[in-house]
Design a protein around this ligand. Structure first.
Ligand code: G3P
Ligand code: MG
Length: 259
């Protein structure tokens, strides 16, 4: 039987490092912007997590919320704005007047920046409910335009997004995001074809985590901003934690000035 090329691509988790910068280094710069991604690289993070959704004209953009109210100077839903409208917004001043030049990134800009900075990516798919297929399709177009040179892990809370990823981007490892770890975690991962499980730190349960670890399923935990909690997670078998402050967890590689 011929070897299926997809089956011989190693899991993204074989390349995973213990610290993933959450929405970039979002403790230090406006989340999901180029500034936050550059800051993550400066703080020696090798992995960055960002959220991706689409504009009304089906372009994949890097943004967490369904509306632009919190993280830009605009109002309204992302899915109801064209890329040109999204690009006209200031995505930095809400965080600091020094970040007034930040714009919402397209996924192609994200990929080019991560290529340049040697960063691996966890793209969390954040579709508008009902636009899952369009979101993943737009991501596929971005990856065609700017081939990614490092490791890419896809994740989502949305199972329809994960189904679409399995269909349109099968070559990338997928993770299921949850808040609490479901009792039937194994069946849920199997159902969506996900390799990894990402859960919320508030729902840490050592016994369950040890079981999952022993079953060989990689886990990552969000959002962990202190060293002790991160160590507790690693000891229990969690492979990586998402953090807004990478320098708090990467103690052996802080840039000069942060020791
Ligand atoms: O992907 C991990 C984490 O980012 C999930 O929660 O709301 O920060 O996107 P959220
Ligand atoms: Mg996220």
């Amino acid at each position: 039987m011929p070897l299926n090329r997809i089956n011989i691509i190693p899991s993204a988790y074989t390349q995973m490092k213990p610290v993933i910068a959450h929405r970039g280094a979002s403790g230090h710069a406006p989340e999901n912007t180029a500034a936050a991604i550059r800051e993550a690289a400066r703080l020696n993070a090798e992995w960055v997590e960002v959220d991706v959704t689409i504009s009304s004209d089906n372009v994949a953009v890097v943004f967490h919320d369904s509306d632009v109210n919190r993280c830009t100077d605009g109002r309204g839903l992302v899915i109801q704005k064209t890329l040109a409208e999204l690009k006209s917004l200031d995505a930095g001043t809400w965080y600091s007047p020094f970040n007034s030049d930040e714009k919402i990134l397209t996924m192609t800009e994200l990929l080019a920046l991560a290529n340049q900075l040697n960063l691996n990516l966890n793209i969390e798919i954040k579709p508008t409910i009902g636009r899952e297929t369009e979101t993943v399709w737009a991501m596929k177009q971005a990856l065609k335009q700017v081939p990614f040179e490092h490791t890419l892990l896809l994740s989502s809370f949305n199972v329809h997004a994960l189904y679409a990823a399995r269909e349109f981007l099968p070559e990338y490892t997928r993770a299921l995001n949850v808040e609490a770890i479901p009792r039937d975690w194994f069946n849920r991962l199997e159902e969506v074809g996900a390799t990894g499980l990402h859960f919320a730190a508030d729902f840490y349960d050592e016994a369950v985590i040890k079981d999952i670890h022993e079953a060989g399923t990689p886990m990552a935990c969000y959002t962990v901003n202190d060293f002790e909690t991160a160590q507790k997670m690693y000891r229990a078998g969690v492979q990586a934690v998402f953090t807004d402050y990478p320098e708090r967890l990467i103690l052996d590689a802080r840039p000069v000035g942060l020791h």
